[in-house]
Ligand binder design. Structure first.
Ligand code: BG6
Length: 487
């Protein structure tokens, strides 16, 4: 992809964790690949914790370099990458400092991108300070999650940012939308005639979407304890995946066609009935356990977490979509920390054939199933029935496998790299529009409220398992179970 879109990429939170692990490594990859970033493009890091450019570059060498190119750093590319970086020391609490930023960028070329890799409490003050020195004009602003804590706080941020930047200037990141396999889901559904006719209630019995993590809360105990899995993973990543799985075919891949269709799904989610919440929502919290032979402490003893915390580290939900395509089809969503495996997967369970002329073994062998593995090791597996060799008509479940790395050995792109290039090139399709975000909060909020009002503790599960037993019981009520593929 050749580009001549020049840019000035201003990175607030320039010495933060996200800049170190994701943003600067992604910009370096784009630089190293060649042809993706205009030669004249500049990165202006904004931070308090470095005195000047020299000190900042030293920090980048020490902290960012270890996170780039797993197979060793191309030193020539690295030193030319450092040549793109400028530095401005600003105290974000002091709006007058923004005059320094204005002076630093005034002669730099191209479209201006302001990336706010800071806590959400700084979003509005930064936007106002940018506007006070005229830097909001013709610029793009990138907001990292979490964008608010509930509908009200997210609206407050969106309203305030919206007074300064028009919606088409605002890029709200959900990094799942930048993942190659998530893009591939669109290709699978809308590039093949094979699946779409079956992708509906007449042929689909249920759908499962899992994002399971082995990691715990790492160094983010304090943040996570005030957030929980529903806000951290469901309101954004899981509902975005659900909307892509369930949406109608868009008329084109332009930003609003795709986002309009996702929005229709989010608006069609059946509201959760608070009286029924125990049947459709399970919250859990991990206790001490073990993962791959290593002992793992309980969530409540992690640094930054309150010892009597009732924050959920696991959520399982039964979701329904009220439209003609999906009425009555349960979508089971689950996510959790410290589970048995790291996997993100979509399982489409098809209905059994309407009449089986092939006898009891056909019924025992089950129905067709499509398993879309998003990570790790992106793959698609289609389970079919086949006759077992030998005498008689005995059927067994077999599968067709598509491992993407066997077809495409090169050219994989990390989510952040794709998303940053999209911002620089003005492509909004993979960013969350305000109305999508509001619809997601609107649906999630009654669950949060009910959990808070009921004051019940989350259900315990041992670290290294697949979550509380209640999550399996919820599916058992529908005659099914969670499906965990071998890695
Ligand atoms: C982030 C959450 O948005 O996504 C983290 O805040 C979570 O808690 C992460 O670990 C998972 O992302 P990935 O790409 O590792 O699956």
């Amino acid at each position: 992809m050749q580009t001549d879109s020049s840019f000035t990429f201003v990175l607030f939170g320039g010495t933060g964790d996200l800049s170190m692990r994701k943003i600067l490594p992604a910009l370096f990859e784009a630089h190293r690949a060649g042809g993706m970033l205009a030669d004249s493009g500049k990165i202006v890091a904004v931070a308090r914790h470095a005195a000047d450019r020299g000190e900042y570059i030293q920090w980048v060498n020490e902290h960012v370099k270890p996170h780039v190119s797993k197979n060793g750093v191309d030193e020539t590319a690295w030193s030319s990458f450092l040549g793109r970086i400028e530095f401005v020391k600003i105290d974000l609490g002091n709006p007058e400092d923004f005059a320094l930023l204005r002076d630093a960028v005034k002669d730099l070329p191209g479209i201006r991108v302001f990336y706010l890799a800071t806590g959400p409490s700084l979003f509005v003050p930064i936007c106002r300070a940018l506007a006070s020195v005229g830097l909001n004009e013709n610029a793009r602003i990138v907001l990292e999650k979490p964008l608010g804590y509930d509908l009200k706080s997210s609206n407050a941020i969106n309203d305030a940012v919206g007074e300064i930047f028009a919606e088409e200037q605002i890029y709200r990141i959900d990094h799942y939308l930048g993942k190659e396999p998530v893009q591939n889901l669109l290709a699978l559904r809308f590039g093949n005639a094979l699946f779409e006719p079956l992708w509906r209630r007449e042929w689909v019995e249920s759908i499962q979407i899992t994002i399971a993590e082995e990691l715990g809360v790492e160094a983010r105990g304090d943040f996570y304890d005030n957030t929980g899995a529903l806000r951290d993973m469901v309101q954004n990543h899981l509902l975005q995946l659900l909307s892509i799985v369930a949406m109608e075919p868009p008329h084109s891949m332009d930003s609003d066609s795709v986002r309009d269709e996702k929005l229709r799904v989010l608006r069609a989610l059946k509201p959760i009935d608070p009286l029924n919440i125990g049947k459709v929502a399970v919250r859990g919290q991990y206790h001490a356990g073990g993962i791959r032979g290593n002992a793992v402490p309980a969530y409540a003893t992690e640094p930054g977490v309150k010892p009597n915390s009732t924050t959920e580290t696991f959520v399982a939900l039964k979701v329904e979509i009220e439209n003609w395509r999906w009425a009555g089809v349960p979508f089971f969503l689950r996510t959790g920390k410290r589970l048995a495996d790291r996997v993100a997967e979509i399982v489409v369970n098809f209905r059994a054939v309407p009449h089986s002329a092939l006898g009891a073994s056909a019924l025992r062998a089950g129905a067709n199933r499509l398993v879309i593995r998003l990570q790790p090791n992106e793959s698609i597996r289609l389970y079919c029935l086949a006759k077992q060799p030998g005498e008689g008509m005995n059927l067994a479940s077999v599968h067709l496998d598509l491992a993407f790395d066997q077809f495409f050995r090169e050219g994989q792109m990390e989510a952040y790299q794709r998303l940053l290039l999209d911002v620089i090139n003005g492509r909004l399709a993979l960013f969350v529009r305000r109305d999508e975000q509001e619809a997601a909060w609107r649906w999630v909020e009654p669950i949060l409220n009910e959990w808070k009002a009921s004051n019940k503790p989350p259900k315990p599960y041992a670290a290294g398992t697949w979550g509380p037993a209640a999550a399996s019981a919820m599916l058992a009520q529908h005659g099914t179970c969670w499906l965990e593929e071998e890695n």
